[in-house]
Design a protein around this ligand. Sequence first.
Ligand SMILES: C[S@@+](CC[C@H](N)C(=O)[O-])C[C@H]1O[C@@H](n2cnc3c(N)ncnc32)[C@H](O)[C@@H]1O
Length: 285
Amino acid sequence: MNITKADNLACPIDGNRLEQTENQYVCENGHTFDIARQGYVNLLPVQHKRSKQPGDSKAMVLARTRFLDTGIYQAIAIKLAETVSSIIIDDDDGCFLDAGCGEGYYFDFLFNSLKDREDAGKLSFIGLDISKDAVLQASKRNRQISWVVGTNRQLPVEDESVDIIQCLFGFLSVEGFNKALKPGGTIILVDPGPDHLKELREIIYPEVSKTKQSALAQMELADFSPEGTERLQFKTTVTNSEQINHLLMMTPHFYRASKEGREAVGKLDELDITVDVIFRVFKKI
Ligand SMILES: C[S@@+](CC[C@H](N)C(=O)[O-])C[C@H]1O[C@@H](n2cnc3c(N)ncnc32)[C@H](O)[C@@H]1O
């Protein structure tokens, strides 16, 4: 594969194509966006923010990095890479976008699994998240990916310029994804299945409900055809209290749990967990 830098980033203010200079992106109306020392660009203007520091906090980002770097979730990354590999057609050029990439673990893994393919196509990678702390952390993983602070609601890319959007445990914006995706393009949604981390939830909550599945209904209402669903399930053990704490912090349960629930998790030295993840592939009609 030939890896190229993304050339389809668009101005978040007027939608015009952005040209890259040495240390900035510029649109034809003169809006400029500095490239940070770490290599990422912030394309989230204040008017697109709903809070001062949107998205995951620095503490959540670091907890996620520490947990994911243990490799406990590597099977999810492998499954994602297999899914993408089966979609790419040899020698095609393509732009991948990870919408809500977090601290970049999955996108970096995907990049590394594709980069040595022998096909002649040109690939570009855009990792985007609304959290500046997440994007900053992601940019330390891989300098060849274009890391962007932005929102899934209004993806700062040219209309119909992306081939594959992946969204893992993230914020689905059917409208935003539809606008960015080429006709015939693919969306891969990866969401928790009904039993995901049920052991952790049993400790935190007095009553455990099955994780709700809402993304599917939203996608079917829009112009997407479902191309397949696969479920990845496995059991594993988190073997120390630090990792258990990192796992809790990287999930929404950290904020939803009561003080007692968090304390109960804090006392554990070992936790058996069920990982239950659903992969759904949709094609834009
Ligand atoms: C549960 S984390 C998942 C991160 C990553 N996909 C992973 O699986 O490791 C959800 C991510 O979505 C980001 N996020 C939340 N709202 C967003 C939005 N409107 N646009 C883009 N990212 C968003 C958060 O900052 C966070 O990094």
